[in-house]
Structure formats: structure tokens, C-alpha cells
Design a protein around this ligand. Structure first.
Ligand SMILES: NC(=O)c1ccc[n+]([C@@H]2O[C@H](COP(=O)([O-])OP(=O)(O)OC[C@H]3O[C@@H](n4cnc5c(N)ncnc54)[C@H](O)[C@@H]3O)[C@@H](O)[C@H]2O)c1
Length: 334
């Protein structure tokens, strides 16, 4: 396939692009605005590959998007581009509205113009919190943060283009991802890097928020699978094989890094913090996808990756991220 991958310089997007170019032989053009979370370094190993191209641009830019589509000669658009951190959406929601609402609209219009396949990458957070059981694709949408509410709006807009214009769309909703290249503001890399530095490990509230963890390589394969085999107009959930409470994840990271338990610091909980997310993946499994990486094994591999890749995280941890961290947690990194 020839793909235009928006947001392909981020964590999951770059994992997907690597897979498609190296394992499937696709031609991939990445369109990415390079926000604080997007990094060309995430794609550095792909630069020499034939059929890989990078374009810097925003999905809400109604000139840049058609130009990127022409340059890529794409058969399909896969949209990862998003603001992805719930804490930032609470502090400053405007970029979330711009990228998720306006950006998705601009992409859909450009796809409609050329009758391209369109896959929207989405999240389990659109369903809100669930105490017991799991969400299916038929569950009501009850987002609770500006992040998840704007992602939900984007999903609904995508579905409206199927119903109204017959645009060939699919949506793939993932559970909490982890793995190499994840920006250190997110739970797992934040805890790993703080543990390796002997910095406090700030745990929101009682730490009993339960998440359904999926390795980014598994989610990327699910997205490719839905793109190739999904029924048009449909939503597919892709959840990981294991659920774990945040505090247990932190304890596992302490074991894996050899840090001290005394580094754990319970801090004021995030406003409106969802207690538990859980996805049923029966529908995508019926298409022949299965997650391959169990959480224990994937977490150990991820910790090792961060240990071995200071050249990747060093510039982040010494740059703007320090100021963000201080604003968010009220204390400086050591
Ligand atoms: N991380 C998770 O746990 C998770 C789980 C399920 C779904 N998702 C979804 O997967 C997608 C990717 O998430 P991620 O964790 O890789 O995010 P990320 O923050 O690592 O990367 C986002 C990428 O999008 C780019 N971007 C942001 N705004 C843009 C814009 N207006 N125009 C062009 N590019 C823009 C950024 O530069 C960055 O490269 C998102 O849509 C997210 O909602 C994430």
C-alpha cells in the first residue's frame, strides 16, 4: 500500500510506520507537525529506506494536507496525529480542539476529494470509566476529559463521513499503550526515568486506577489489520492481554530498575480521573489479530530500552519537559 500517516513521528505512529515499511514493504509518507511530542529522531532508522518520506505539516492546514496527499500518491490515510496527554488537556485544552476537531475535518475533506481509504486511530478513553466488565464497540461513549471528549468528537465526525458521503472509513480504538519511544510525560516512561535517576515517583491518589496495557507493536499491528481487513464504516477495539493497577506498574518498575520503594510519593489525584478502562477485542480477534506481548515481558523490554537509549531521552529530560514536570508535580526533577 501507499500510505499517508499523519502523526507518524510520535510514539505509536513511528512504531506503525517502522512496521509497515520494514515488515510489509509499504510506501509511507509521514505528515507531522512535530509538536513537543513529535520527533524526527523516532524515524531516523527509516530515512535511508526507499519508499519512506517525511513532511513537516499540520493536519489542520488545508493546503499542507492535499499537498502531502499528492506527494505521497496515497491509497489511504492513517491518522495518529493528536494531542495525547490528559493532564495537558486539563491545563490547556485549545490545541486538543484544534487538532482533533479541525484537523480531523481537514483530513476527511481531503480524503473525500480523492476517495481515499481513511483510518482514524482512537482510544478506549472515549467510553469513559468502567468498574466491572469490558467495553464493546456498541458501548455508549462517555468521555470525561477534554482529551477524550475531543477524540470522541473526531470519531463521530469520521463516522458521519461514512454515513453521509460513503467515505471508506474505519476506526481502531486502543487501550493504554507502552513500549519504546514513548514521551516521558506518560506513566511508564516517567516512572522508569525517575526510578533510574532516584527521583520521587509521583503516584496519583491511591494508585488503584486500572489500565488495560497493550504493547505499541501489538496496537500498530491491529491498526494495519483493520486497515487491510476491517469492514468499512466499522469500529474495532484493540485491548492488551493484561490489566494492572498503576501502583502495581510502579512496583514492577521499582523491581526492574532496582530503585527504592521509598521513592513512591502519593500526590493529589487528577481531576475527574477515570478508575478503570477495559476493552473487549473480540471483533478484531475475529478478523485474525491477537496481541502477542504479555505485560510482564513487554515492561521488562521497555525498561531495558530506556536504560540503553539515553541519547533518545536525554535531550527531552533536560529540555522543556523539565518546566512541564515542575508545573505539573510542583517539584523539580533531580
Ligand atoms: N498512547 C496511548 O496509550 C494511546 C492509546 C490509544 C490510542 N492512542 C491514540 O494513538 C494516537 C497516537 O498516540 P501517541 O501516544 O503515539 O501520541 P504522541 O503524543 O506520542 O504523538 C502524537 C504525534 O502527533 C503529532 N501531531 C500532534 N498534533 C498534530 C497536528 N495538528 N498535525 C500533525 N501532527 C500532529 C505530534 O507531533 C506527534 O508526532 C493518538 O491519536 C492517540 O489518541 C494513544
Amino acid at each position: 500500500m501507499k500510505l499517508l500517516v499523519c502523526g507518524g513521528a510520535g510514539f505509536i505512529g513511528s512504531t506503525f510506520v517502522r512496521q509497515r515499511v520494514m515488515e510489509y514493504g509499504d510506501e509511507v509518507t509521514v505528515l507531522d507537525k512535530l509538536t513537543y511530542a513529535g520527533r524526527e529522531e523516532n524515524l531516523a532508522d527509516l530515512l535511508p529506506e526507499r519508499g519512506f518520506r517525511f513532511i513537516r505539516g499540520a493536519i489542520e492546514d488545508a493546503e499542507a494536507v492535499p499537498a502531502a496527499i499528492r506527494a505521497s500518491d496515497a491509497d489511504a490515510i492513517v491518522n495518529f496525529a493528536a494531542e495525547t496527554h490528559v493532564d495537558r488537556s486539563i491545563a490547556e485544552p485549545d490545541a486538543f480542539v484544534r487538532t482533533h476537531a479541525l484537523g480531523t475535518y481537514v483530513l476527511l475533506e481531503a480524503a473525500r476529494e480523492r476517495e481515499l481509504r481513511y483510518l482514524q486511530v482512537s482510544t478506549d478513553e472515549v467510553y469513559g470509566s468502567i468498574e466491572e466488565g469490558t467495553f464493546t464497540e456498541e458501548s455508549p461513549l462517555r468521555p470525561s476529559s477534554p482529551y477524550s471528549a475531543t477524540k470522541t468528537g473526531a470519531d463521530l465526525l469520521v463516522q458521519s463521513y461514512f454515513h453521509t458521503y460513503g467515505l471508506p472509513v474505519t476506526i481502531c480504538r486502543g487501550s493504554n499503550n507502552y513500549g519504546p519511544y514513548q514521551y516521558p510525560e506518560k506513566l511508564i516512561p516517567l516512572m522508569v526515568l525517575n526510578a533510574l535517576h532516584g527521583d520521587p515517583l509521583p503516584v496519583y491518589g491511591d494508585g488503584m486506577q486500572v489500565r488495560n496495557w497493550i504493547h505499541a507493536r501489538d496496537f500498530a499491528r491491529a491498526i494495519g489489520h483493520v486497515l487491510e481487513h476491517g469492514k468499512l464504516g466499522e469500529v474495532y477495539n484493540a485491548g492488551g492481554p493484561d490489566e494492572e493497577a498503576n501502583i502495581e506498574v510502579v512496583r514492577r518498575i521499582i523491581e526492574l530498575t532496582g530503585a527504592s520503594e521509598s521513592l513512591i510519593e502519593h500526590v493529589a489525584d487528577r481531576p475527574g480521573h477515570d478508575r478503570r478502562y477495559s476493552l473487549s477485542s473480540e471483533k478484531v480477534r475475529a478478523l485474525g489479530w491477537e496481541p502477542e506481548v504479555r505485560f510482564d515481558e513487554g515492561l521488562a523490554e521497555t525498561v531495558e530500552w530506556y536504560r540503553a537509549n539515553e541519547a533518545w531521552w536525554g535531550p527531552i529530560r533536560s529540555g522543556d519537559y523539565r518546566a512541564y514536570y515542575e508545573r505539573q508535580y510542583g517539584q523539580a526533577l533531580g
